[in-house]
Design a binder for this molecule. Sequence first.
Ligand code: NAD
Length: 322
Amino acid sequence: MRVLVTGAAGFIGSHLVDRLLAEGAEVIGVDDLSSGAPGNLSGARSAGDGAFTFQQANVTTPAMSELIVATKPEVILHLAAQVDVRKSVADPVHDAMVNVIGTLNILKAATESGTRKVTFTSSGGCIYGEPEPSRLPVSEDQVYWPASVPESPYGVSKKVVLEYLRYFELGKGLDYTALALSNVYGPRQEPASEVGLEGQVVAIFSRRMLEGKSCTIYGDGEQTRDFVYVGDVVSAFVASLRQGSGELINIGSGSELSVNELHAKLSELTGNRLEADYSPARPGELRRIVIDPTKAAAVLGWKPSVGLEEGFEQTIESFRSN
Ligand SMILES: NC(=O)c1ccc[n+]([C@@H]2O[C@H](COP(=O)([O-])OP(=O)(O)OC[C@H]3O[C@@H](n4cnc5c(N)ncnc54)[C@H](O)[C@@H]3O)[C@@H](O)[C@H]2O)c1
């Protein structure tokens, strides 16, 4: 199967490329390298049998649509995105340009190239807004509830694309799956800065602890998140090649972990016993979010297989050896 992966040089995208190649797919990787690193694709490049090609391109440009039309991938796994929630608040136009217009560019080209399916990467942490505690873990059918209002332009862009996916399915016959990922962690995750993006807290804490530094917790640390290992997320994308038609599907653990609990667990695994520093909570951060992965089991046959202990150990080990 010929598969085109956007965001291929990024954290999740590069793991996905490696898995697809291992399973015998022909992979066309695309990335503008705005945050992704070419080094993430060194394994893929050395596959050596011509199964992997890479094109540096911006998803918003004609070069992107021309590539799709020229290469006619059977499936497009679309991960490229403006991923920074705070940047989306500062510059919602740029966020929408990449996350909405870039996606539309891909959907339109997909219909022109005879592509069978597009899997879109949505955000389980952002499209549902701040759910009432009684609605946790939040299920996919709540996405259009009146109270499910995203708290950032990033959340809005990851939600409005769902409408375009439905339009292209009904109007143009293009199949889709939208995977709403919770907080993904694992090897190769590169914090954007010392403060980092909220979803990168495992990478930020682990790296600082390994360097013998203390970590900063924003707020009281009792805010909760749903952490899922990158290898499990990759399995969900692979399952979406053939399953999950026309569905929004949560990909998360279904379990809540507070930032204080995360800090304690990573502290134990790294052996760094320094107390955390506490700073005022950052505006716009959710208090509690955990997504319900029941539908993923029913529709994709997907369940997270890597527990937190094992996933954190593998992540720390990879950071240690780098
Ligand atoms: N990491 C998480 O916890 C998480 C959670 C929910 C959803 N997601 C989504 O998963 C996807 C992958 O995220 P990630 O964590 O691997 O981030 P990442 O920043 O490592 O990967 C994104 C990739 O997209 C590329 N890119 C950005 N703008 C582009 C453009 N205009 N044209 C082409 N390429 C472009 C970047 O260079 C980067 O390689 C994104 O769509 C993100 O919104 C991630």
